[in-house]
Design a protein around this ligand. Structure first.
Ligand SMILES: [Mn+2]
Length: 167
């Protein structure tokens, strides 16, 4: 599939954006891509991981993603796009989408795993809010996990997160 195209498209769309730790934003989807590739994810999953924050954080629309990368990738990106300011709505949407395409569980796991690495940069006042959001999705993924890969990944991640939030 169009992995190279997704890579440069996402890199360009995130250009100029910085993460909380001041590195270029694109490092986030890039590391998710690397993580998922190691786990043997298929090309639609890899493309969607690279593109997963575009609709949320850049002027790129879902329509454009569908046109460029096809509906399969578009569906995964849509499933990763949150409903602004509505954590419960976002969780329900994610659950509904992931029941139609289980690959969303892996993309979300990679998202949570990668975000754990910048958690130390979150300001103390925002930490509680971030923690709530984070744990909401850990719980949801625990409930939705079925395969060996999903289960072992979420268990490992949940332990790491527990430790991080304790520090
Ligand atoms: Mn993300």
């Amino acid at each position: 599939m169009k992995i190279k195209e997704a890579y440069s498209f996402a890199e360009k769309a995130h250009e100029g954006q910085k993460r909380i730790n001041k590195e270029p934003y694109f490092m986030h989807p890039k590391r998710m891509f690397q993580l998922l590739r190691k786990k043997g994810a298929d090309s639609a999953t890899l493309c969607a991981a690279l593109l997963h924050d575009l609709v949320e954080d850049t002027p790129v629309t879902l329509d454009e993603i569908n046109k460029r990368f096809g509906k399969e990738v578009g569906f995964l990106v849509d499933g990763m796009t949150k409903i602004s300011g509505d954590l419960e709505g976002t969780a329900r949407k994610f659950e509904k989408y992931s029941k139609k395409d289980r690959r969303l569980l892996l993309i979300k796991l990679a998202d949570l795993e990668e975000n754990l690495s910048v958690l130390d940069f979150v300001k103390i006042i925002e930490k509680e809010k971030v923690k709530n959001k984070y744990l909401r999705f850990i719980d949801l993924l625990k409930r939705l996990s079925r395969t060996k890969l999903e289960k072992s990944w979420i268990n490992e991640l949940s332990k790491k997160a527990e430790k991080k939030f304790r520090d």
